[in-house]
Each structure stands twice: as structure tokens, then as C-alpha cells.
Ligand binder design. Structure first.
Ligand code: FEO
Length: 170
């Protein structure tokens, strides 16, 4: 496999595992603040991030590349309030979109068509993830001064279905 692409994909595996850690940390923050619906939603998203990492892990293996698991930094643990915690994940998703776009640029420049096509899934996924985080951020911002509003959103977020387990055959 192309060495530059292999290295960049391993860095993306790392970024997705960091996303997993960040969402878990935000889940712990909300759980500690008795917003269990928010905590549940963040925990489901953490599972999705784990799946994103594993999809790349499987692709590297399929293409004869070498998976290199890098150390993961500790994420932040405290935020000034619910909207700041959601804003942290929104900003993170925006940064991840930038990374995915750079990866597509690299795979294209290296004529690695298989990687380019595989990455289209991530390009689409990021559109959805940014939009979801953006909506949630603005809704939380609207109601932040009202415990009733926050509890309404909390109840809605509690209904998020669990993420499906990753399938290597996909
Ligand atoms: Fe894997 Fe939320 O991006």
C-alpha cells in the first residue's frame, strides 16, 4: 500500500479513537451533572466513533497495510456548561471534516482510487455529524437558562438508538 496514504490513514484511526475518548468524556460530564439523556446520546456517539476507527482499521488490513495504534491523549473533562460541552464536540467535528478533506486530497494526489472511494463514506458522514452537532449546540444555547428546556432536550436525547456494531465485511 502507498506509504504516505498508509501513514495518513493510521493518523485518522488515531483521530477517530480520540473522538471516541472525547465523546466518552463529555458523556461522563453530563452523567455527573444528572443529564442522563445527554450522557446517553454522547455515549452512543462514542460508539459510532469507535466504529469509524475500526472501519479504517479493517480497510488498512484489507489493503495489505500495517495498522499502527498511536497513544491517545486525555480529553478535557470539564466545561463551563452544557452548551460549552456540545460546542467542544461541534468544533471537534469541524476539525475532523478538515482532516478527512485533506486525506481525500492526499489519496487523489497519490492516485489511490480505492482509498479515495472508501473516504467518500467519511465525507458524507461528516456532513451529517456536523449538522447534528450544530443543531444540538444551537438548541442547547436557546434553552440553557431554563432547566425545563434542558430537561426537555435531555428526554429527547435519551431516545437515541444504540450504534450498530462495525462489520468488517462492509
Ligand atoms: Fe468520526 Fe464524528 O467523526
Amino acid at each position: 500500500m502507498n506509504v504516505k496514504v498508509e501513514k495518513a490513514l493510521n493518523q485518522q484511526v488515531h483521530a477517530e479513537f480520540f473522538s471516541f475518548y472525547l465523546y466518552l468524556s463529555v458523556a461522563a460530564y453530563f452523567a455527573a451533572n444528572h443529564l442522563d439523556g445527554f450522557a446517553h446520546w454522547m455515549r452512543v456517539q462514542a460508539q459510532e466513533e469507535f466504529n469509524h476507527a475500526m472501519k479504517l482499521f479493517d480497510f488498512l488490513n484489507e489493503r495489505g497495510g500495517t495498522v499502527e495504534l498511536l497513544p491517545i491523549d486525555a480529553p478535557a473533562r470539564e466545561w463551563p456548561g452544557p452548551s460549552a460541552a456540545v460546542e467542544a464536540v461541534l468544533n471537534h467535528e469541524r476539525a475532523i471534516s478538515g482532516r478527512i478533506n485533506s486525506l481525500v486530497d492526499l489519496a487523489t494526489a497519490e492516485n489511490d482510487h480505492a482509498t479515495t472511494v472508501m473516504l467518500h463514506w467519511y465525507v458524507n458522514e461528516q456532513v451529517e455529524e456536523e449538522a447534528t452537532a450544530d443543531t444540538l449546540f444551537h438548541q442547547v444555547k436557546m434553552v440553557e437558562s431554563s432547566p425545563y428546556g434542558l430537561l426537555m432536550i435531555d428526554r429527547e436525547l435519551a431516545g437515541r438508538p444504540a450504534a450498530a456494531a462495525p462489520s468488517p465485511a462492509e
